[in-house]
Ligand binder design. Sequence first.
Ligand code: SF4
Ligand code: SF4
Length: 206
Amino acid sequence: MKRREEMSFLERIYIVEICRGLTVTCWKLIRNFSLHMLHLIGLKREQPAMASILYPNERRPYAARYRGRHRLTLDEHGNIKCTSCFLCATACPARCIYIEAAEHDDPEIEKFPDRYEIDTLLCIYCGYCVEACPVDAIRMDTGIHPEVYPPDPRLFIEDKETLMRRSRVLEDLGKDALFDLHMARMQQIEKHPDDPDVPDEDRVPL
Ligand code: SF4
Ligand code: SF4
């Protein structure tokens, strides 16, 4: 890019540049105001009236490699794939994965995680656990965000059932359904952060 050292005469008197700036501002103001009015009566809805995104009702598509919340993947019978090898917990720099291995009734399966928990308050979403897993048992492809303010800090800890349920929803209903459930849960928490009338079991699980 060529760097211009000196301003031209017209730039130095500023009047022309001020007029140019005001023209752009006024044009954007009139255009966006008109579009807002048209949207109110149901016209030109496909043409956005502002540059900002009205999240969460509108959202841009995430990159394919976006690292969202974790899930534990399932085999073709719906069983957990994890073999309790502890490689993810060993690779985790935040030390936020807790696993309790147990022997399986099936002699074909050496062991499985009786307990598998991720403390998402500590997690830094680095993805090392996913990289370390030799059997593709943990993924971060859910496309949903970390929870920001659950009513109880203990709810930041995601257990095995939660992580498996995410895989079921994703496989059965798809990513959009998973995101809709995530948003429903966020809105529920926002509306009733400490409401005792909304027991934990009635909250949208995710
Ligand atoms: S994303 Fe990183 S910090 Fe979070 S559980 Fe996996 S390895 Fe640990
Ligand atoms: S998720 Fe993968 S790396 Fe972690 S314990 Fe299970 S099998 Fe091992």
